[in-house]
Ligand binder design. Structure first.
Ligand code: ADP
Ligand code: ZN
Length: 300
């Protein structure tokens, strides 16, 4: 008879806290997800008891939370583990780490949703083994996770790379969707920005080449900034908009043009391997959350 006491893997809880849904899962140290549920994100009063109930009776050793932002990820901060000035008003100042800690009494790892996705890709996916990588998500919003020298970058708070300044492309009359900056990266290139500019949801514009040529120009501008500023060994692109696979060759070509021969590295010689899609089938966030839990259990 199989001895389950010695062969069952140690389990870890993973919570990918998103603006529309909370993905709750249990996984193991190989990144395998054993079970997963999705709970709509409404208000903390309604949503969090369901999240807690999911994890409460699970035999998990630690919990990892990758959360929509902005969030306080500064361990030394009085408000560590809380959601900050989010436009999702019911969640403003909500102490998500504290709430889970009180309920579960377990080690908890915590980071931004995009750092979580990057961590998933660095641990098990298309940036495996790298020490310096950037993950952009291009969806309802735009954000970036950054790893430098093997550590997820927080700095003052955490990067907000969706709000870097863009040069408006010649002939693009769109004024941008960001309430704070108008024509920042998110304002010009998020899914809602595409829909507002072209008058149709992004996914319905697959056959309009001009949409994706312009989109690639903005994404390439952001990648150029990341390359020149952070010197990543690889850049991963995920999020709903990047399901338009035709973007990848357009982005690579535009990045090559923008670099304009200034940098010559082995990585940039092979842009097909340098600018890559997320590889974990939209599980990168939840798998990264498992890794946050593993690291928390190890006391990191
Ligand atoms: P979120 O950012 O809300 O977590 P997603 O990354 O899936 O979720 O992004 C949703 C956005 O991506 C929507 O604005 C939608 O227009 C866009 N999107 C989703 N699927 C596609 C697709 N196949 N092609 C183009 N755009 C898409
Ligand atoms: Zn902005």
């Amino acid at each position: 008879m199989k001895d389950f006491t010695t062969t069952s893997p140690v389990l870890y809880g993973a919570l990918e806290a998103g603006g529309t849904k909370m993905v709750c899962a249990v996984g193991d140290e190989s990144g395998e997800i054993h079970e997963q549920v999705s709970i709509p994100t409404t208000t903390p009063e309604e949503t969090m008891p369901k999240v807690i109930a999911y994890f409460k009776d699970k035999p998990i050793r630690a919990l990892g939370i990758a959360c929509f932002g902005p969030v306080d990820v500064r361990k030394e901060s009085r408000t560590y583990g809380t959601i900050l000035e989010t436009p999702k008003l019911p969640w403003r100042h909500y102490p998500i780490v504290g709430a889970m800690q009180d309920a579960l009494k377990l080690p908890i790892g915590f980071d931004t949703d995009v750092n979580g996705s990057l961590l998933g890709e660095v641990t098990w996916g298309s940036a495996k083994g790298l020490t310096d990588a950037v993950y952009f998500t291009i969806g309802t919003g735009i954000g970036a996770g950054v790893m430098t020298n093997g550590k997820l970058l927080h700095g003052m708070l955490h990067p907000e790379a969706g709000h870097i300044k863009m040069s408006v492309e010649p002939g693009d009359p769109y004024k941008g969707k960001c309430p704070s900056h108008g024509t920042c990266f998110e304002g010009m290139a998020s899914g809602p920005a595409i829909e507002a500019r072209w008058g149709q949801p992004a996914r319905e514009l697959a056959n309009r080449p001009e949409v994706w040529t312009l989109e690639a120009c903005y994404i390439a501008q952001a990648l150029l900034t990341a390359i020149m500023f952070l010197s990543p060994q690889r850049i991963i692109l995920g999020g709903g908009v990047m399901h338009q696979a035709q973007l990848f060759p357009l982005i690579r070509q535009k990045v090559r043009e923008l670099i304009n021969g200034y940098l010559k590295t082995r990585e940039l010689d092979d842009l097909d391997s340098y600018i890559v899609p997320a590889s974990l089938h939209d599980d990168q966030g939840i798998m990264g959350s498992v890794k946050l839990a593993l690291d928390a259990a190890a006391g990191e």
